[in-house]
Design a protein around this ligand. Structure first.
Ligand SMILES: O=P(O)(O)OC[C@H]1O[C@](O)(CO)[C@@H](O)[C@@H]1O
Length: 529
């Protein structure tokens, strides 16, 4: 296609919302002229199902749950008055709590005001808060955030070292919808131990965001934590950033949560439209369908040309892959659906993997995210009449063109600036896109049955570890993995025994020693001392 034809295609397909400035360009996706018309009945069906979902239908039948993240921005649309009231009360409590922390009326037990906060959570209970914190945070925020988002001891040590003596002025927010996630439980215990080492009483520094009656809720209640905020079963973890999960950390950081909610609400309005060409989420979902054949046959590369949006791809990775990546469709057919998502930021990635995007295997489509405003205020000319921001914008256009020349597809989302409102819009845009795409391909986007398998298997490993160590202690001699597995009556678990002992011997916690042999798998293990 020559430049004039591309310009015409750009003009005829460009979505623009004058109120928010949101733009979506699908012209560089190579869909055929009749594609949108051919998909119209399917997308209309998806709109109708989406309206039912928003009306309170059980849209997650496997878990018997409603799907209500859209109500968080428009409580009046929720199907019950109590739900609307709870949403409103929670936002109000979050505002008051953050104001009291900032004003010093909620303070550390010795009266010192809180000056930092630590979020302990994982998956949907960390990725949204991390994305928002990084996108909107500034050096002068009243409370800078820190995160434990894993059960990696060294990772937690590093964060604690960054906090340093400031732990005495650090509020800890433990977030878990289920309240039983082991990584988060471990993070909480490690945080508690750090406070204890510093002579501080953890419950007076701790706040929980969790489902009522969960394990975490019980701990927080029984130990008298400062506060508890709710997480409802009708909000999924990966769509929880506009609930207390995302709003409490954002408010503590001093960010404008009203702006975020408003942005999401505005985008929800746009994406509720049933005129496809005027609904940016529908256009995106249809482009995902076109690009991947409705089967995930291509990966989505997310390329925001803005440092503040660096974590968006990580956030989207969970939102999209945990929602769409399913073995079965809603009728029980094996479909192994999904869309793989990766990305970092431009122009940085042009010096990393964009080489392959242009010339290598063509198994992807790019989602560029363009931010029109470079910075607050004017910029330095780095060359006569050219700023660093001009370069960033030029590199985006250049890469888009260079990919197009080689038949590589891309979408471009444009926002006027990175602000609470546009961050809310981006979040809502992709939440709706995932929901619509899932309906197009007949997937339940709101459960995650596959995650359980890994958790169960880890539980088996940890139970076996306890048996191995007890056995080694009991025999007092040095044994190979094969010998231990046979003695425990599970000879087929020798590999797990070996790998477990390799890890145990690398750490002082269990007193396990290793006499290396050749081959390594014939090494002998014993309890030391
Ligand atoms: O908030 P929770 O219950 O701790 O769960 C954390 C994450 O774990 C998952 O359930 C996957 O295990 C995600 O869906 C969720 O966001």
């Amino acid at each position: 296609m020559d430049n004039t034809a591309l310009w015409n295609r750009y003009q005829s397909h460009l979505f623009h919302d004058p109120e928010s400035g949101l733009m979506l360009d699908i012209s560089r996706m190579n869909f055929a002229d009749g594609f949108l018309a051919s998909m119209e009945p399917t997308i209309q069906k998806a709109f109708a199902e989406m309206a039912e979902l928003e009306g309170g239908a059980i849209a997650n039948p496997d878990e018997g749950r409603m799907v209500g993240h859209y109500w968080l921005r428009s409580p009046d649309l929720s199907p019950a008055d109590e739900i609307a009231a709870e949403i409103g009360e929670t936002v109000q409590r979050i505002r008051e709590f953050a104001a009291a922390v900032h004003g010093g009326s909620i303070a550390a037990p010795d009266g010192r005001p809180f000056r930092k906060f630590l979020v302990v959570g994982i998956g949907g209970s960390a990725l949204g808060p991390q994305f928002v914190a990084d996108a909107l945070g500034d050096a002068d925020n009243p409370l800078p955030p820190y995160f434990f988002d894993n059960t990696d001891p060294d990772g937690m040590d590093r964060v604690l070292a960054q906090i340093g003596p400031g732990l005495a002025e650090t509020l800890t927010v433990v977030i878990s919808k289920s309240g039983g996630t082991k990584e988060t439980r471990n993070g909480m215990l490690e945080a508690e131990a750090a406070y204890r080492r510093a002579g501080l009483y953890f419950p007076r520094y701790a706040v929980a965001v969790t489902g009522e009656g969960s394990e975490l809720d019980r701990v927080a209640t029984q130990s008298g934590w400062i506060a508890r905020f709710p997480m409802w079963d009708w909000v999924g973890g990966r769509t929880s950033v506009t609930s207390a999960v995302g709003l409490l950390p954002a408010a503590l950081q001093g960010l404008d949560i009203a702006g975020m909610i408003e942005g999401a609400r505005l985008c929800d309005q746009l994406t509720r439209r049933t005129e496809t060409a005027r609904n940016p989420a529908a256009l995106l979902a249809l482009m995902w369908h076109h690009a991947t054949g409705g089967k995930g046959s291509r990966d989505m590369v997310v390329l925001p040309y803005k440092d503040r949006l660096l974590l968006f791809s990580r956030y989207l990775q969970q939102l999209i892959m945990e929602s769409i990546g399913k073995e079965l469709d809603r009728d029980g057919n094996v479909v192994c659906q999904g869309i793989s998502v990766y990305g970092n930021k431009g122009s940085t990635d042009q010096h990393a993997y964009v080489q392959q995007l242009r010339e290598g295997v063509n198994n992807f489509f790019v989602t560029f995210i363009e931010v029109l405003r470079d910075r607050r205020g004017a910029s330095l000319p780095v060359e006569p009449g050219v700023t660093s921001g001009d370069y960033l914008a030029g590199f985006l256009q250049g890469t888009r063109t260079a990919l197009g020349e080689k038949g590589r597809e891309s979408l471009t989302i444009t926002i006027p600036e990175v602000s609470p409102r546009t961050v809310g819009m981006l979040i809502a845009l992709f939440e709706r896109t995932v929901g619509l795409y899932a309906l197009l391909v007949n997937i339940n986007a709101y459960h995650q049955p596959g995650v359980e398998a890994g958790k169960k298997a880890a539980g088996t490993v940890l139970a076996l570890q306890a048996d191995i160590i007890t056995h080694l202690r009991g025999t007092g001699s040095s044994l190979t993995a094969d010998e231990i597995a046979a003695a425990l009556g599970c000879p087929d678990a020798a590999e797990t025994v070996f790998r477990t002992l390799l890890h145990a011997a690398a750490n002082p916690d269990h007193g396990i020693g290793m006499e290396q042999a050749k081959p390594l798998t014939a090494s002998r293990f014993s309890v030391q001392g």
